[in-house]
Design a protein around this ligand. Structure first.
Ligand code: ATP
Length: 334
C-alpha cells in the first residue's frame, strides 16, 4: 500500500487553511483502501517557533481533537505525536551526518531569515537558531522513518521533500538501500488560503480564522476580512479577491460559478461575506460539535495519542531504526 504522511505543527490553533489544505484532503485519501495513512502532531517542529510551553501543549490537544472531529479513525490509521517517538530525533542525527550543509543553506525558511537580516543590514544569522537551520533534517526524519512514499504538501514545502530525498539517497549510497525516497504530492485543486490580512493564513502570522471558532466569532472574523473599497453594484474581480479564494475552498463547483457571476454583477462585500460565513459554517458545524465534546476530555485524547505512538513504534519505527543503527556501526539496543 502507498504510505501517505501528513503532519501539522503544534504552534497554535488549527485554522481554515490547515483544514482545507491538509486535514480534509488527508482524511479523504485515508478512505482509499490502497493507502496506509500516517498523521502526526509535529511538536518538535513547534519548538522552532514557539517558546511558550502552555501554547505548545494547548495546540497539541487542539490539533489532536481536530483530526478526530474531522473523521480520523485512530484504529484504522497511524496517529501519533512526534515527540512520543524518541527514534525521530535519533534518526535526525543519523541524517544530519549525511546532510550537506550547502543544501541546508538554500532552505526557504533559513534563506528568508538571512534575506530579512541583510535588508536590515544585520548579521546574516542574527536571531537564527540552529533549529531553524536544521528544520529540513527533522522533516526528512519524519518522512524517512516510515518510508513514506507520498507527502501531500503546499508548494512552499516541495523543496523540503527534495531535501529528504537527497539525504535519504546519500544514506542509501553509503549504508545500503534502507530508505524509500518520498514524493511530494501537490494538491492542485487546493489553493493556499489567504488569512485576514491577505498574506498566507498561518499560525505564525496570527492572521487565521480558527477552524472551530464559535459561529458568532467565525462571522465576526469573516466580516473583518480586508476588501477593497469597490461599491455595491460595481463589478468585482473574483480572481484577485481573498474572499472569493476562501469561498471557492468551501463551495461546490456550481456554488463557486454562481458566486463568480455575483461578483461580476457587483455583489456588496457585506453580502459576499455573509454567504462565505454561511458556506463555511454549514461545513464545519457538525465537526465543531464533535470537537467541543472531545476537547472537554483531554485524558481520552492523551490515551489515544499514547496508544498510537506505542503501536507505530512497535510496528514500524523501533525495528527500522535498530536496523539503521546497525548499518552505521552503532550497537543494537534491543
Ligand atoms: P506555522 O505557521 O506554525 O508553520 P501553519 O499554520 O502555516 O503553521 P503548518 O502546521 O506548518 O501550518 O502546516 C500544516 C498543513 O497545513 C500543511 O500541509 C500546510 O500546507 C497546510 N496549510 C497551512 N497553511 C495553509 C494555508 N493558508 N492554505 C492551505 N494550506 C495550508
Amino acid at each position: 500500500r502507498t504510505r501517505v504522511l501528513t503532519g501539522i505543527t503544534t504552534s497554535g490553533t488549527p485554522h481554515l487553511g490547515n483544514y482545507a489544505g491538509a486535514i480534509r484532503p488527508a482524511i479523504v485519501a485515508s478512505r482509499d483502501a490502497g493507502t496506509e495513512s500516517f498523521y502526526f502532531l509535529a511538536d518538535l517542529h513547534a519548538l522552532i517557533k514557539v517558546t511558550d510551553p502552555a501554547r505548545v501543549q494547548r495546540s497539541t490537544l487542539e490539533i489532536a481533537a481536530t483530526w478526530l472531529a474531522c473523521g480520523l479513525e485512530p484504529e484504522k490509521v497511524w496517529f501519533y505525536r512526534q515527540s512520543d517517538i524518541p527514534e525521530i530525533p535519533e534518526l535526525t542525527w543519523l541524517l544530519t551526518c549525511v546532510a550537506g550543509k550547502g543544501i541546508l543553506n538554500r532552505a526557504h525558511a533559513y534563506k528568508a531569515a538571512v534575506d530579512r537580516n541583510r535588508a536590515e543590514s544585520e548579521d546574516d544569522d542574527a536571531g537564527v537558531t540552529a533549529g531553524l537551520f536544521m528544520y529540513p533534517v527533522l522533516m526528512a526524519a519524519d518522512i524517512l522513518a516510515f518510508n513514506a512514499n507520498k507527502v501531500p504538501v503546499g508548494r512552499d514545502q516541495v523543496q523540503h521533500i527534495e531535501m529528504a530525498r537527497d539525504f535519504g539517497q546519500r544514506f542509501n549510497h553509503l549504508y545500503g538501500e534502507h530508505f524509500t525516497l518520498p514524493e511530494a504530492v501537490i494538491e492542485a485543486q487546493v489553493a493556499t488560503l489567504p488569512g485576514l490580512d491577505g498574506r498566507k493564513m498561518s499560525k505564525s502570522y496570527d492572521n487565521t480564522i480558527p477552524l472551530f471558532a464559535p459561529p458568532a466569532t467565525l462571522r465576526k472574523l469573516i466580516m473583518s476580512i480586508v476588501t477593497d473599497s469597490t461599491e455595491p453594484g460595481v463589478p468585482k474581480d473574483p480572481d484577485s479577491s481573498n474572499l472569493f479564494a476562501l469561498y471557492q475552498a468551501f463551495a461546490s463547483e456550481d456554488e463557486t460559478a454562481a458566486m463568480r457571476r455575483a461578483f461580476a454583477d457587483g455583489i456588496a462585500w457585506g453580502d459576499a461575506k455573509q454567504s462565505l460565513f454561511e458556506r463555511i459554517d454549514a461545513e464545519v458545524a457538525p465537526m465543531r460539535e464533535r470537537y467541543e465534546a472531545l476537547i472537554a476530555k483531554p485524558a481520552e485524547i492523551e490515551a489515544i495519542l499514547r496508544d498510537g505512538a506505542r503501536r507505530v513504534r512497535e510496528t514500524h519505527v523501533t525495528p527500522f531504526v535498530t536496523r539503521l543503527r546497525e548499518a552505521v556501526g552503532l550497537r543494537d539496543l534491543s
